[in-house]
Design a protein around this ligand. Sequence first.
Ligand SMILES: [Zn+2]
Length: 182
Amino acid sequence: MLSKPRPNYLAGYSPSLVAQVNQAIQQGTFGALLKSRYPLAHKVRTDGALYEFVSALKNQHLRNTQSLSRIEFDSKLQTLRNALGTHTTISRVQGGKLKAKRELRVASLFKEMPEAFLRMIVVHELAHLKEREHNKAFYQLCRHMEPEYAQLEFELRAYLTYLDAGGVPLWSATEGINPPVI
Ligand SMILES: [Zn+2]
């Protein structure tokens, strides 16, 4: 049986940068480093909360783009396919007219992450409402919505590399909900 090739989340980054990440993962310092930058998980845990989160960003930056008919977390989105979020346009006939409905889905994995990472993936998918391809205009729009976009995407990819290497998740969805046991 052929084993699936491991995803390379850091393809496209400079070899020295990738080496630094891999070294920190191997030495066991990566987790503490990233956790010190982002101590807490966000509190966007339900589809309703995600809807609010996405709508706020969309209203702020992309008010004039088509509205989204569905916004939700999707547990079927696998990071192995490198699809962390999706934006789809579904054409449906409504009242004799063909209407395009747009949906935005975010991998459930993002429930257990800091807000900055959730914002990064949402900004990415929102930018696709205007730019289909990952071109210059696309990344410009991402940076317009989140000035730290490039850094966040790199850190997210480094985190996925860490998880893929067997690292323990750094944030949990129940964090901050239960009172600490003393
Ligand atoms: Zn994309």
